[in-house]
Design a protein around this ligand. Structure first.
Ligand code: C2E
Ligand code: MG
Ligand code: MG
Length: 693
């Protein structure tokens, strides 16, 4: 596109000469307009589209520099060349100082210098325009980024700061300009101790970029500290000469704080802020590593709050959470700062005692914790009671890594719970063997019923005066094909724990009732059969209906049946027990309290139950002929009590004549034990009961 040239000149000759010079130009056409006064020139400029202006310094309505000033103001980005006579050259020079692109001497327009000069100035202006755009873009970019940018000259003097740098240093660009970088950017190391050399200094020295370095703190003009991450690079001129450096840095205080927070969250329990499993595992591994060096025995305490679920369910989760936090606080008070109290989840806590020297130290800590946790908690003026059970494992005896130590402490904790809660228990390898056996028993027990591996044995009970058989206790035996006969103490509690005791108990009752019916039908002595009933069976909602169905199916007279229940089974829910016993009693079933004397039951409660028989526990009978003074006292007291309540008293586990004599002497009615007969199979029991036997 042709360039449009505006000539402002009152001289028709000059205009003509210029038009000719431009029109003849070999390298590209110019469009030319002309006007004779400043006023008309300014009007034309205002309309726009002019690429260059040729301005005569002497116009009818304006002279010299004043003309230039006005045109220059009106067309700031349009190149202007003045046209001057020889005596006007001083003004022309001054105009150049003020922004004119050059001048053409009047009388010399007819050479090709004119188009060439014009083209040059127009081109230069276009380049400047582009340059300006580039610079503006760079400027805007630098000011809109969050990173701070500072550049310095060869001597380390600041020559530029972007807005972010102004904000972070507290210096404005104008204030900072020309100052040494070290004065504007004060940097200290991460600990806030020593000052740090500005990376720009190294860049200016070596001419090489300096990579990011963290851990540096920038102190701004007001003394505020910011953790920054910075880098610096050299600036070279066209000739590859080092002329300065630029430094870029950013505030990473928030990033560092966030990273620290994330790391904390990943390793801590949200509710109590205690270390979680992840961090605990770490700490255990560390403790193990240093134990090998320092000859210590790190110990793990695995804690589980007793009956926490009950508190949570009855008082609500808010109170439950509060209690967990309070427990966490107390636990921290029981250990040293070098120990780790962690929350394992739910109401479980694991404590690492990092540098114990002796196992007793762990026991001391456990005792301290038991006391701390069983001290009532105060919430809203109310006392909240809880306790904890603790299992302890010690490195290296109980495990060589975190996983084994935690697992074994957990196992020990269960044993502590079984021992009656609010107790601690050291792990022993036996426990694992037991756990394995338990598993084995459970899986085999599941098959035992359908494979008909159960049988009942019977142990006769005798009248101690006449020696006549008064009844027999049905005792369960498991004929396991591989293991032989398994006694109930090895499997009954497993059956209870996994619920199998319900179908097994049903089978026992049915088998015993069928046997009793058989005795009656074949004319044997009309004696009763005693069946043991475990807690879970007795509590099962169908127990009574199932019993009725079995009586019906077997045709047994319920009066021939005695149910043996332990004190603890009866005491668990006194009201429900009394109701159920009354219903059974109404059917004619007899009720016996088994293992009497071991359950600490309240006699006043026992009085509320329709009990027919008290079975004195074997341990008291065994104690009769022991050497301890007063050993027989309990037995005689129980016999007396039973008599006064109108109950029959049976002594279990009679093994010798001394025991028998003592019992007889104190008026015990019946007895059972190896002295008379061990439990025998059904065939032998029937033989004992035959009238001619
Ligand atoms: P228990 O009801 O107290 O039964 C008496 C236990 O003492 C029986 O052990 C019996 O064999 C044993 N015994 C009898 N006379 C003597 C003696 O003179 N000396 C000694 N040392 N022991 C004697 P068993 O058969 O091993 O049964 C153990 C426990 O298992 C029973 O204690 C009972 O609580 C439970 N049990 C047995 N059968 C069943 C059953 O069918 N169902 C339920 N739920 N529990 C059962
Ligand atoms: Mg029994
Ligand atoms: Mg017993």
């Amino acid at each position: 596109m042709a360039n449009l040239i505006l000539i402002i000149s009152p001289s028709p000759d000059d205009v003509l000469a210029l038009r000719q010079a431009l029109g003849d130009a070999s390298d590209g056409p110019f469009d030319v307009e002309d006007t004779g006064t400043l006023a008309s020139g300014l009007r034309r400029v205002a309309e726009g589209g002019i690429d260059a202006i040729l301005l005569d310094m002497s116009l009818p309505d304006s002279q010299g520099l004043a003309s230039f000033e006005q045109v220059h103001v009106a067309a700031r980005h349009t190149p202007i060349m003045t046209l001057c006579a020889l005596d006007e050259e001083d003004d022309a020079r001054e105009a150049v100082q003020r922004g004119a692109q050059g001048w053409l001497s009047k009388g010399y327009f007819d050479n090709n210098l004119v188009p060439q000069s014009l083209r040059n100035v127009i081109e230069r202006m276009k380049v400047e325009q582009k340059l300006y755009a580039l610079q503006a873009r760079a400027q805007i970019t630098l000011n809109s980024i969050a990173d701070a940018v500072v550049s310095v000259d060869m001597h380390g003097r600041v020559d530029y700061l972007n807005i972010a740098a102004e904000l972070m240093t507290g210096w404005t660009r104008d204030e900072a300009k020309g100052r040494q970088i070290a004065q504007v950017l004060v940097m200290v190391d991460g600990d806030g101790a020593g000052t740090v050399d500005n990376p720009v200094e190294a860049v200016l020295r070596d001419g090489q970029s300096e990579g990011l370095s963290g851990e540096v703190i920038l102190v701004d003009r007001l003394g505020k500290l910011r953790r920054i991450e910075d880098s610096a690079a050299p600036i070279f001129d066209w000739d590859g000469q080092l002329v300065g450096a630029v430094m870029v840095f950013r505030d990473i205080s928030d990033t560092v704080a966030l990273t620290t927070k994330m790391k904390h969250l990943a390793q801590h329990d949200f509710l109590t802020n205690l270390p979680n499993r992840v961090l605990l595992n770490d700490r255990i591994s560390q403790a193990i590593a240093s134990a090998r060096r320092s000859n210590t025995c790190p110990a793990l305490l695995f804690l589980d709050l007793d009956k926490f679920k009950h508190i949570n369910d009855s008082l609500g989760h808010a109170i439950g959470d509060w209690l967990l936090q309070a427990v966490a606080g107390r636990l921290l008070g029981c250990v040293r700062t070098s120990d780790t109290v962690s929350r394992h989840g739910g109401d479980e806590f694991v404590i690492l005692l990092a540098d114990e020297r002796r196992a007793q130290d762990a026991a001391l800590a456990a005792e301290k914790i038991l006391i701390a946790i069983s001290t009532p908690f105060l919430i809203d003026g109310q006392q909240l009671h809880t306790s904890t059970s603790i299992g302890i494992s010690v490195f290296p005896l109980d495990g060589l890594d975190a996983a084994a130590l935690i697992k074994n402490a957990d196992t020990a904790m269960y044993h502590a719970k079984e021992r009656g809660r609010n107790a601690y228990q050291f792990f022993c390898h036996d426990m694992n063997a037991r756990a394995v056996e338990r598993q084995l028993i459970e899986s085999n027990l599941r098959l035992a019923l359908e494979r008909s591996e159960f049988v009942l044995h019977y142990q006769p009970k005798l009248d101690l005066e006449s020696g006549a058989i008064t009844g027999a206790e049905a005792l369960l035996r498991w004929e396991q094909p591989e293991w032989g006969t398994v006694l109930p103490e090895r499997f009954i509690h497993v059956a209870e724990e996994c619920g199998l005791v319900i179908p097994i108990g049903r089978w026992v009752l049915r088998e015993a009732c069928a046997e009793a019916a058989h005795w009656r039908a074949s004319g044997m002595a009309p004696v009763s059969i005693a069946v043991n009933v475990s807690a879970m069976e007795f509590r099962h909602r169908d127990f009574f209906e199932q019993a009725l169905a079995i009586f019906d199916a077997t045709g047994v007279d319920p009066a021939c049946l005695q149910l043996e229940l332990t004190e603890s089974v009866l005491m668990r829910d006194v009201g429900a027990s009394a109701t159920l016993l009354a219903k059974l009693k109404a059917m004619g079933v007899q009720i016996a309290v088994d293992d009497f004397g071991t359950g600490y039951s309240s006699l006043s409660y026992l009085n509320q139950f329709p009990i027919d028989v008290l079975k004195i526990d074997q341990s008291f009978v065994r104690a009769i002929d022991g050497n301890v003074e007063g050993n027989g006292a309990i037995v005689s007291a129980v016999i007396g009590m039973g008599r006064s309540l109108g109950q029959r008293v049976i002594a279990e586990g009679i093994e010798n004549a001394v025991q028998l004599a003592f019992l007889r002497l104190h008026g015990c009615g019946e007895g059972q034990g190896y002295f008379f007969s061990a439990p025998v199979d059904a065939t032998r029991m029937r033989a004992m009961l035959r009238p001619d036997a």
